[in-house]
Design a protein around this ligand. Sequence first.
Ligand code: DUC
Ligand code: ZN
Ligand code: ZN
Ligand code: ZN
Length: 484
Amino acid sequence: MTTTVIKGGTVVTADLTYKADVLIEGGKIVDIGPGLKGDKTLDAEGCYVMPGGIDPHTHLSMPFMGTYSADDFEAGTRGGLAGGTTMVVDFALPNPGESLLSGLQKWDNKAGRACCDYSFHMAITWWSEQVFDEMKAITERGINTFKHFMAYKGSLMVNDEEMFASFKRCRELGAIPLVHAENGDIVASMSAKLLAEGNTGPEGHAYSRPSQVEGEATNRAIMIADMAGVPLYVVHTSCEESHEAIRRAKLAGKRVWGEPLIQHLTLDESEYFDKDWDHSARRVMSPPFRNKQHQDSLWAGLASGTLSCVATDHCAFTTEQKRYGVGDFTKIPNGTGGLEERMPMLWTYGVRTGRITMNEFVAVTSTNIAKILNVYPKKGAVLIGADADLVVWDPEKSKTISAKSQQSSIDYNVFEGKEVTGLPRYTLTRGFVAVNDGAIETREGYGEFVARDPMGPVSKALSTWKALTEPRPIPRAGIPASGV
Ligand code: DUC
Ligand code: ZN
Ligand code: ZN
Ligand code: ZN
């Protein structure tokens, strides 16, 4: 078998930085050390050799708000690879009333086009005995994470009773629940009031989803998870209230993880005000962008470790799609792109500014989520035996982000005009060089599904309240006779 050596670089992992060559054979790392030779050489002089990024939160070709998100698995993963990401986790989304397995089948079909490896989270959009039963079948298919929408009332939202039932089922299965934490009832109420008052523009979206809406739901989800005895992963943590709930849970010994998005870290609420309609609508996503204080809180969370993973929620819509919401902000398809920009933006605004270290960069873009999802060290590691999902990162390479040169199929970029320094020289997906000295040479359909085992007993002993799910003692003394 042909071997490839990445030569002359500095290996950067979540805990170590050291000079070494990396030898690859059959899609795996087979040796790490000085003076290695291979049939083919990739020059990493002046570069960092890091685990490829894992984006734990994407929506590719997703039917949503009357349309489909515009980037499919090919365009989405091509963009990911261009920016150093070598694995995505997308959300399989059965319609309310639909079987989980048939929902999964649709995602299996779409993901056949992926250029890098992928996995799925399964969304619980309704509740029944059938869903309860099928959750087991889903874990047997290698999916051990279940997503719950606490917002999107009338479509994807589940209520507390349904969420509690599903969380308890996750506990039985060794699976981890995820939540989109926004109080959907309050959002619906505030949206109706804003529209009635004639506030129909994109800024109404931000007004209808204040940070308290997210803080309340995050607190509630944490308490419900605690009563069910499961860990909890909170997607797109965007504000201090939500971060504070996560910090408090961690301090109390609970396994709760928070996931800020690169968009919330680097773009703020001014995008919604005093801008043209298209500009603001293109940036409508849930949760909305926040002010600088919230951004500082998220950065502090990454530095201190109270927030664990940086994702994108990549869910791109064209300007034409965004215009479905002219005259009614609640009809603007929610979502922004970021797959290609996540790593360069985080490097530029995080590592280069000194907010996080290089090792923390690797932790929050790859290693932490690999551990949470139970795919470490196959993914998220530079270790012998790991998949050769690697990025050879040139810390001095710069570009200006522009829709004109992006991989995404939409007609704009929310990071337009931002200068980034730090880009892949090479991106390798299981040893295949998909970004070659900056040139994009991805292969549609190369990506494989990554099955993830349930966490087993580890995830079952995580709560301070785990006894709540066990049968409760029944007091026998002092019960009056019937009829008295
Ligand atoms: N938020 C978005 O902005 N888009 C997709 C789904 C979500 O929760
Ligand atoms: Zn969400
Ligand atoms: Zn504009
Ligand atoms: Zn999402």
